[in-house]
Design a protein around this ligand. Structure first.
Ligand SMILES: Nc1ncnc2c1ncn2[C@@H]1O[C@H](COP(=O)(O)OP(=O)(O)OP(=O)(O)O)[C@@H](O)[C@H]1O
Length: 280
């Protein structure tokens, strides 16, 4: 850790993240601008620690005490069938809905009950399922709008950094976001979340509505994001894509975590997931 609190750009080699050839442009600043003190590092090593989270929706509990730990610089997959409670957990992480019990700790602070803005400021950015970009605005303006959360002096660099991550978007800067392909719009949505240089990025159903060939174009960007030190929680319908990217995987069913294992183990034995879903 440098003394200015920024993570280095050195790619990390963890689990399925190869980091090879996927650095940010040389000299581009770190993705993470949130200050970490020595005391913070001692408290949980920068991990995002979710403990005993329960969530009610429509008057009934749909998530029943979920534990999950995400590591900085690593991709954590969150899998599970429809209705398992993944999106509810994501919305609670973003502060859009409130957990009825449990804690979400980053550097010792409990973020449950905090506003979405406070959570974003603490360093957690979320791309919710079906997130829409601003279709009547250009790509550049979508990123500029997202950069309003960043101190004025840092905004141009923040936008540049995201453009370097998604080079496919650079020639499209002047295009209306609504005219982009589905994959490019998803890149832009992830880019908007990254403009504020979060420490953790939560992406719900990254590939929703996208063809597998398009999803594969998003994969290197996710690897670069993690290699720059950002912890990623990836909720993904294409289990194999998620397990290839992740170092650690959780699967939920019926509001509970039913599997937690290294992603590599589940790649080797995908039937463990099906069994766990059946038993839940
Ligand atoms: N707005 C809502 N009001 C009431 N119940 C809801 C609401 N949204 C979701 N639920 C219920 O909460 C449970 C968990 O749903 P959730 O969307 O979190 O699951 P999921 O794992 O993300 O599934 P999917 O992949 O289909 O989105 C389900 O039983 C669902 O019917």
């Amino acid at each position: 850790m440098r003394h200015d609190g920024r993570a280095r750009l050195r790619p990390r080699h963890r689990g399925g993240c190869d980091g090879g050839g996927t650095r940010f442009r040389r000299g581009s600043p770190s993705l993470s601008r949130h200050r970490r003190t020595r005391g913070d590092r001692v408290s949980n090593n920068g991990r995002l620690v979710i403990e005993g989270i329960a969530i009610e929706r429509g008057g009934r509990e749909v998530v029943h005490g979920v534990d999950l730990v995400a590591e900085p610089g690593a991709i954590t997959a969150l899998l599970g069938p429809n209705g398992a409670g993944k999106s509810s957990l994501v919305l609670a992480l973003a502060g859009t809905i409130k957990a009825s019990r449990g804690s979400v700790r980053l550097d010792g602070a409990d973020l449950v009950g905090k506003s979405p803005t406070a959570i974003r400021t603490a360093g957690i950015a979320t791309v919710p399922e079906g997130h829409r970009v601003l279709k009547d605005m250009t790509v550049a303006d979508n990123l500029r709008v997202a950069s309003l959360l960043v101190p004025r002096i840092e905004r141009p660099a923040a936008v540049d950094r995201v453009e370097s991550l998604f080079e496919e978007l650079t020639p499209l800067r002047g295009r209306l976001a609504g005219s982009l392909s589905g994959g490019q719009q998803q890149m832009l949505a992830i880019g908007q979340a990254l403009v504020s240089q979060p420490r953790y990025l939560v992406v719900d159903e990254m590939s929703l509505g996208l063809a597998p060939i398009i999803v594969r174009r998003l994969v290197p960007a996710l690897r670069r994001i993690a290699a720059a030190g950002v912890g990623v929680i990836l909720i993904e319908q294409f289990t194999q894509v998620a397990l290839d990217l992740a170092s650690d995987a959780y699967a939920m069913a019926q509001g509970r975590v039913v599997v937690h294992a290294p992603a590599a183990e589940l790649r080797e034995a995908p039937e463990r997931l099906e069994q766990a879903y059946r038993l839940a």
